[in-house]
Design a protein around this ligand. Sequence first.
Ligand SMILES: [Zn+2]
Length: 258
Amino acid sequence: MRKFGFKLFNSNLQNAPEFVKECADFAKQQEDMFIELMVLTDRPQAELYELKKILKDVEVRIHCVHSSYVFDAGNKSLEKVNREMFEYTRFAADLFNSKSIVVHAGNGHGKEYLDETVRQFKLFNDKRIVVENLPYYDNNGDDLSGSSADEIKYIMDKTGCGFCFDFSHAVCTATQLNIDIDTQLKSLFDLKPTVYHMCDGDLNQSQDLHLHYGAGNYPLKHFLNDYTAKDAYITMETGEFALHNDLSIKDYEYLKSL
Ligand SMILES: [Zn+2]
């Protein structure tokens, strides 16, 4: 059975408490839902314990922060801060019994950055890590590692980690490098991802837009049916910050209708 996940941040308990409660209540009523929790590392542990209570009986999967929050496994000078951030993330993963921890490949183009990501992933030393594929350039035009199936496979082979397949990042990469989109998606799907990120977007743009389903032109039915495993965990990375989860529920119903 495919499972679909609302995305929460631990900080939502403070800035969108009703959103958290509505997500928890709705997910509890479905047999095919989970929550993906992005763990901001400058938040108090008490918040995680409170979330654990609210999310009782809901499966939680963990996402480690990425370069928007300093963390960058491809940057040697950040090793200490990356390890501290990962430790807090690991604490959350233990607390929620998460079976996976999504971690982005590092920034930078070239083997030295890829090898630094491998080195730091090994230092993190956690079998639950699933590396997420990234666009070739981020929305600011900065270089990112782990955009191709070859690079993801390299990281997986060297560290033994799993794979989180982000569709929008793959489409961005294909658009940025003028690669056929299906060729790009198939090469990544062949790496047998277990966790997925899916939003809608614009096939003609190389920006990751995180649109609600139906608001863009991605062939989502094709993506879902042809490039996700039958037991996939699919996080719905849609929409902007929200105080209520009505649009998130619509997204869930949209995917279920495909
Ligand atoms: Zn991610």
